[in-house]
Structures are given as C-alpha cells and as structure tokens.
Design a protein around this ligand. Structure first.
Ligand SMILES: C[S@@+](CC[C@H](N)C(=O)[O-])C[C@H]1O[C@@H](n2cnc3c(N)ncnc32)[C@H](O)[C@@H]1O
Length: 271
C-alpha cells in the first residue's frame, strides 16, 4: 500500500502524541529517557565521529526530553542546537545556553527552520506519514559539508517463534502502531538509498540491538511502551490481556532470552 506522499503503510488517521504516547501522560518522559539511556552512547559516539564539535549549528528533530541536544551543547561543544518537537515542555525546562527550542510539526510543509551543519532525527520518522518526502526536506536543510543522521527502529524477529507471549505482544504492538498512527519499520532499510538519491555522499549505516536484560533500560522501555498502548494491543485482535500480562512478566524474569529490537542509524554528507 502506498500513501499519497509515497510511504508504504501510510494512511493511518492518527498521529504520534495524539492517539498514542500523549505527552501529558506523566510516564512519557520516563519512557523516552529509558530509550535514551540505551541509545545515547551509540548516537553520541557516531555524532562525534561525524564531526560534531565547536562552530556547528545543529537541528535536533523530535528532540524529546533533549538528551542528545544537551550532549551536543555540553559534550560536543557545538555552537547552537535548534531542538524541534511538537511538544517542547521538557526542552523548555532545560534552559541551556545555545539551545533554541522550536515548537513545530516537522511534517508542516511551511516549516522553515533555517540551514544546518548537522540534522539529526532519532525514532521520529518511523512514526510519521510521508517519510520519503521528509527525508528529502531534511536533506534540503543541510549546509554544504553538513551531515544528515537518521535513526529508526529495526527488528530481527525469531520468525520460528509464532506463539510465545513476547513474540505475539511485540507483533501486536507493531501492528497496533501501524493501524493507529502509521508507524512503519519496513522503509528503514531504504534510508541509505534515499540519502544517496538526495545527492548526499559518504553514506553509511549501522545497526545496534541493545541487550534485553530483565529490569534493564531496554526491557523497561518495552514494558513501558506495552503498558502505554495496552488498549490498542487488546483491541488489535492479536493478543488478549492474559498474553500481555505474561509478556510483561517475561521482560522482568530471569528466563528472558531474546534478541530485542534495535536501531538502524544512517548518515550522509552534503558535498
Ligand atoms: C520516540 S520519541 C524520540 C525522542 C528523541 N528523538 C529520542 O530519541 O530520545 C519521538 C519524538 O518525536 C516527537 N514528534 C512526533 N511527531 C512529531 C512531529 N510531527 N513533529 C515534531 N515532533 C514530533 C514526539 O513529540 C517525541 O518527542
């Protein structure tokens, strides 16, 4: 299925932050921070390798609680970070020198935030409609020599397991997110090609799957995510309350043994 903007799986009526993951829920910053704990070391290592440092003007798209924006300013010493999000309550509270908070919808075609030496979006595009067009618009914000970095979720599921509570709940989650807000991971492997099509050079990509350890931040993130979308899970027709309970208990149990979902990060430089 292709939506008018060219993204397979588009067409869901809902939006991130409206139908699911509402920012008003007090558990939401904690859920985002659990993922940040797991992925920030990978993201910041790569951003440093790609040249994040003094003099750079950066755009952090869907900045969330601002952990990457903070690192860019305090860890890498970049000159300015424009932290864009549709909900900027957590970002506004950071009050960091060099941080400009921009409350905006990144899918807004009239959005004109300026041009940048680094544009970074992590776990944002996978939830949005018109992904191909968004990649093109983000690439269009780069100064010569500037780098676009996109991170989104990937999963290497055990396809021989169709019946465990974990597998069924994870599958139900992706299906429910896709139906509700259009979340789609199938396009993530195409990002390197998209960046090349946009004329970017030195295109690279890597995948990191954090260990799923009982009670660790990755397990907490998935358990927090399943709890947040429980109504959608249980009306998906794929799992019932008992299966979700078993899957939640498994994430905290010493029996936990899974290759959990991870993140593909893709980057390219404007010549
Ligand atoms: C899963 S969180 C990721 C947060 C952060 N990038 C990180 O990795 O820690 C997705 C973020 O994108 C923001 N977001 C979702 N849709 C958006 C849109 N259309 N425009 C701007 N921000 C959006 C959400 O408010 C949320 O902060």
């Amino acid at each position: 299925m292709t939506d008018p903007a060219g993204s397979p799986g588009g067409g869901a009526a809902g939006r991130y932050g409206r139908e699911v993951f509402t920012p008003e829920d007090p558990r939401e910053p904690e859920r985002i921070d659990d993922a940040a704990l797991v992925y920030d070391p990978v993201t910041t290592r790569l951003l440093r390798e790609l040249g994040a440092g003094p003099g750079l003007r950066c755009l952090e798209v869907g900045a969330g609680t601002g952990t990457v924006a903070r690192w860019l300013l305090e860890g890498a010493g970049v000159t300015e970070v424009v932290a864009l999000d549709q909900d900027t309550r957590a970002l506004a509270a950071l009050g960091l020198p060099g941080l400009r908070v921009l409350t905006a919808d990144v899918t807004d075609e009239d959005l004109d935030p300026g041009t940048f030496d680094l544009v970074h979006a992590r776990f944002v595009l996978m939830h949005l409609p018109g992904r191909r067009r968004l990649v093109s618009r983000l690439a269009g914000l780069l100064n010569p020599g500037g780098v676009l970095v996109i991170g989104d979720a990937v999963e290497l599921p055990d396809t021989r397991d169709r019946s465990s509570a974990y597998r069924r709940t994870m599958d139900a989650m992706w299906a429910a997110l896709r139906t509700t807000i259009g979340t789609d991971l199938t396009e993530v492997p195409a990002y390197p090609r998209y960046l090349r099509e946009e004329g970017l050079r030195e295109v690279g990509a890597e995948v990191f799957c954090p260990p799923l350890v009982p009670g660790g931040p990755a397990a907490r993130f998935w358990s927090g995510t399943w709890r947040r979308i429980r109504p959608e899970l249980e009306t998906s027709g794929l799992v019932d309350a008992r299966v979700v309970e078993r899957a939640l208990a498994y994430l905290e149990s010493p029996d936990l043994a899974e290759l959990g979902p991870g993140m593909a990060t893709v980057w390219g430089r404007r010549p």
